[in-house]
Design a protein around this ligand. Sequence first.
Ligand code: F6R
Length: 607
Amino acid sequence: MCGIIGYCGPKQAVEVLVEGLKRLEYRGYDSAGIAVGFKNEVTVIKKKGKIKDLRQVIPDGIKGNYGIGHTRWATHGSVNDINAHPHSGCAGKIVIAHNGIIENYTGLKEILEKEGHVFKSETDSEVIAHLIEKYYTDDLEKAVKEALSILKGTYGIVCINPDEPDRIIGARNGSPLVLGVGDGEMFLASDVTAIISHTKQVVYLEDGEVVSIRPDGFKTTDLNENRIEKDVEYISWELEEIEKNGFSHFMEKEILEQPEAIKRAISGRVITDVASAHLGGLDLTTKELLNIERVKIIGAGTSYHAGMVGAYLLESIARIPCVPEIASELRYRNPIIERNTLYFAISQSGETADTLYAMRELQRKGATVLGVCNVVGSTIARESDGGVYIHSGPEIAVASTKAFSSQITVFYLFALLLSRMRDMSYEQGIDYIDNLRSIPAKMDEIFRKRNEIKKLAEKYAHYKDMLFLGKGINYPVAMEGALKLKEISYIHAEGYTSAEIKHGPIALINEETPSVFLVPDGGLKEKVISNMKEVKAREGKIIAITVEGDDSVGEIADDVFMIPKINEIFYPFLLVVPLQLFSYYCALELGRDVDQPRNLAKSVTVE
Ligand code: F6R
């Protein structure tokens, strides 16, 4: 969703801001803008569309050593140049960029208009600029704090005033803001990808904190003027991880990075001697682990699907009742917190509002919530009661791929840990670890045959609807396959457990609605084959994903793709890869914007 960048230092701010905005593109946006300060003047340039469109309207040779920039994902007001950020007060001096939603903006706008302020945009954000302008006398930081103290809602903001050149005020409440500490230069950004090419030293701001930056330093306080000492942290991500490095798309790169991502998620967490796992960040004693009577996993989208796999696994092998739940629903059904229940909040970005607010609601009621996040220092990672990083490396494509595999890896490790404290024998534990460790190489085998999937995509990309069908632990994978396809190719797709189609969806089946069946070997295979036959009997075309050497499925399916054999509980890892590749190639075939599909944002920071 919206992105923020701010810079003050010796460089030309335009270059730093535009580069930062380019790096924030992946978050999803519909317009962008910058404000560049030079001595006591500020120039604001905004444009609907992509950063390249903004680039074209930035005059050559525009000078200035401090400024702010923004990518907007519209919430209040249509997508146009005027609604794009930054926004200014009436005098054009106070300029702000804002992420989040101001809930009391209508009332404030009415008051400010009565006082003579003239608004230009339809946004909620513009009210912030006018409010700061109202309170400004000679200290921007003071005026920002006064304004923030009456705002209701969420914000990450940056603000400049050319009457105080080379200074930026930043503040956060519910929308992330990170400070980049350079050598004689300072940055502010909504996420580290925007500044990682300049500095790896960062300070994560907490809600309620305000920072004042100048090229030579920064000062952090709260809204009541209390000084807050912050630690400077070091980002371990490398610049090349957020670049395409020769791949056509981030999505392709990230799909192919999965073997390495899984190895990183496992690394240092398997204890072969005792055939168990160690997840230090959970911060739970053996006794506390043994006392767990139930597990609940909350997440959204792909993370929810990973949580479904985790729930199935924990219940089936660790024998602990476990349910996944869509985070956005949990908060509003007044959940009952049961004793000895462990909650997981699972989120790649660690910033998804639905998951974050659900987590806070659970914590407010006394639950222990552990985070499973990718982005280090993200809000869920910091506010959870412990947790595990998945160490996927930055995921830039809007459609999540490698995060899914790494998230489920963490649940496979957690299930091993709990199972080995209960029913699983040492020998079974070793076998489990061997299976887990064999996954990266088996994924590589699939990648070597990816041309077969490309051909399937070329054959099926022009259908309007598709069903994805699996059973047991592979049912969430079917849902994930359908989600991937609709997200990036815009083909309508739905994922079901295969038996469920008889209860309605089978009405859709005809020669125009193909089905992708997940039919690995294992206890449920014959059941899935029966469902395939039901589809075949109604002239539905079938793509089956099955296991190498198994010819039985080929007699029913129109097309077959074969994956390597593995113990049946590990198939989600190997089944998801062909589905990710299938959607990627379908999107390519249809000429879609693979990495930044329409209407979608990488990190969904509003409810
Ligand atoms: C799908 C996708 C989304 C996210 C969802 C949650 O490809 O990317 O469905 O999975 O918005 O995001 P996180 O995991 O960041 O909480």
